[in-house]
Write a protein that binds this ligand. Sequence first.
Ligand code: HEM
Ligand code: HEM
Length: 166
Amino acid sequence: MKRGYTPAQIGLHWLIALMIPVQYLTGGSIERTHHAVHMGVTPSYWDVVQHLFHNFAGIAIGLLMGVRLVLRIMQPPRISPPNTWAARAATMLHHAFYAAIIGQACMGFVASYVWFGIAPYHVIGSRIILAMVALHFAAAAWHALVARNDTLDRMLLPRRKSAGNL
Ligand code: HEM
Ligand code: HEM
């Protein structure tokens, strides 16, 4: 039985964790670009670059999260079964991340290329994901600094193939 996460799962976790903040830094440029166009003004070059970056990075995040989901189904993490309310809540939050991030990327894609009417839900999605990340970060800090257990290590050190039990 192997313990924790594989190198690919860990690599994808941190890559996506780095890419998500970029979406918050670039998201505002889209409204500015659209506003300029509606006012008949040429949008700022930097806003257009950020808009494009937001779209392509967002599509990449959605695809990478999809790969992560497939990996998770094929190689479930070996961690103690959740038998406390906190562990169950953590597992629910982890599952919700997959749905929220893939859903967010799909809504952004639809807003950009199919139907802009969905954009308000994409904006609401961005607030929900922000709250989830804050909760997740606080929980990780609590595990590392207060409980001082190996939760953070699980996402830093790949699981060993020869480990005995859970
Ligand atoms: C998980 C990935 C994504 C995240 C976390 C994200 C996050 C955000 C954020 C924070 C905003 C600004 C919201 C505001 O005005 O307060 C935004 C706006 C927007 N994003 Fe994304 N986004 C993602 C993926 C995408 C993708 C893949 C596309 C298109 C291909 C996209 C298209 C848009 C559009 C069109 C807006 C403007 C919405 C509006 O102003 O009403 N996003 N996004
Ligand atoms: C946008 C940022 C982030 C997202 C979307 C995210 C998402 C996730 C997801 C979905 C899982 C569950 C993995 C699985 O079971 O398949 C997870 C686990 C984990 N994350 Fe994050 N994460 C983010 C940032 C962070 C940060 C900043 C930290 C640390 C400070 C962190 C620490 C951890 C740890 C320690 C685990 C393992 C929890 C366990 O095995 O019980 N994450 N993350």
